[in-house]
Design a protein around this ligand. Structure first.
Ligand code: ZN
Length: 325
């Protein structure tokens, strides 16, 4: 698909400088450089600048590594790469206790609440999924990388082989076990998300608990020993009882909630009769281009496509515009 890399979070344009990760002396020198910057992440939320021009994007808020807030609350640190010769790091500041914590908001489908740390006027921690439509496309990929790797550290402190506490290595891109020598790497879990079509209609569904009217494309985790094509066919049949023939790859999206890679595929349905799996889906239906267009433009409250920034919406927009090639 021609514009596949315009998917949000897929902007892999930043220089990861992966060749430097194993060079501890060089990383230490880069971290000591006053030009080095850190992106603080608090419980998965990235620090953004609240000041934005009309219609402009939210920008990530980078801080010097010796900023008091980072110095006081900084935990795990990951080397993200270089920008203009200076190092960029992601720093986990989850130890900070937010005074204005809205616990209910943090548990919602998408947490739109902002948490404002002291001494950082005009900046706030924002959940990436809730603010997808406002993120600077270039920076969104960096934010996704930071969230994905820091989230992995937060949940993988112990060796999966022997249970001993492991240590971060290689600028945060590996964890090493001092007991058994086990090496562990940040994981990415493949998920197929499929635009299944039959003639001029597309298969959409919704899960219980989603916001009212929201529909999306069907999706599911790829299992061990399974190709993408096989996963598309299995998931579509399991969830909606639809057999799928030809499958082609369209585009992918890093989805660090917590560690998925969404792999967008086109599947050609072989039949039309939907047999729903009520455990997986609350509803599934065929929708025409006109119906999807009405949903995309907000004219149909009963059919609200996935939010701006999600690959499901990206694929539906291209499908109605006949721009999948
Ligand atoms: Zn071990």
């Amino acid at each position: 698909m021609r514009d596949a890399e315009q998917v949000l979070f897929a902007g892999g344009g930043h220089d990861r400088a992966a060749q430097l990760r194993g060079d501890e002396a060089r990383l230490a020198a880069l971290a000591a450089d006053p030009a080095a910057r850190a992106l603080p992440l608090w419980r998965g939320k990235a620090l953004v600048s609240e000041a934005r021009e009309e219609g402009g994007f939210l920008r990530l808020a980078w801080l010097p590594l010796d900023h008091p807030f980072v110095a006081e609350h900084g935990g795990d640190r990951v080397f993200l790469g270089l920008a203009d010769g200076a190092a960029r790091f992601a720093v986990d500041v989850s130890g900070w206790e937010a005074p204005d914590l809205d616990a209910a908001a943090m548990g919602r489908f998408a947490d739109g609440s902002l948490n404002r740390p002291p001494g950082l006027e005009g900046r706030a921690f924002a959940e990436l999924r809730a603010h997808m439509g406002m993120l600077d496309p270039e920076e969104a990929g960096v934010a996704a990388t930071a969230k994905g790797v820091l989230g992995w550290h937060a949940t993988h402190g112990f060796c999966a082989r022997c249970g001993a506490a492991s240590r971060a290595a290689e600028g945060g891109w590996r964890r090493a076990c001092p007991e058994c020598g086990g090496q562990h790497f940040p994981r990415t879990d493949p998920v197929v998300i499929m635009l299944v079509t039959r003639g001029q209609s597309v298969l959409i569904g919704r899960q219980a608990g989603w916001p009212e009217g929201m529909h999306s494309l069907l999706a599911g985790f790829v299992e061990p020993g399974e190709s993408l094509e096989a996963a598309v066919r299995r998931e579509t049949f399991e969830e909606a009882g639809i057999a799928v023939g030809r499958v082609t790859y369209l585009a992918s999206q890093p989805w660090p909630f917590p560690s998925s890679l969404m792999i967008g595929c086109h599947g050609e349905a072989l039949d039309a009769e939907i047999r729903l799996d009520p455990v997986e889906l609350e509803a599934a239906r065929w929708a025409t281009r006109e119906e999807i267009l009405a949903g995309l433009s907000g004219r149909d409250p009963a059919l609200r496509p996935a939010r701006r920034g999600a690959i499901a919406r990206f694929l539906l927009e291209r499908w109605v515009a006949d721009a999948l090639a």
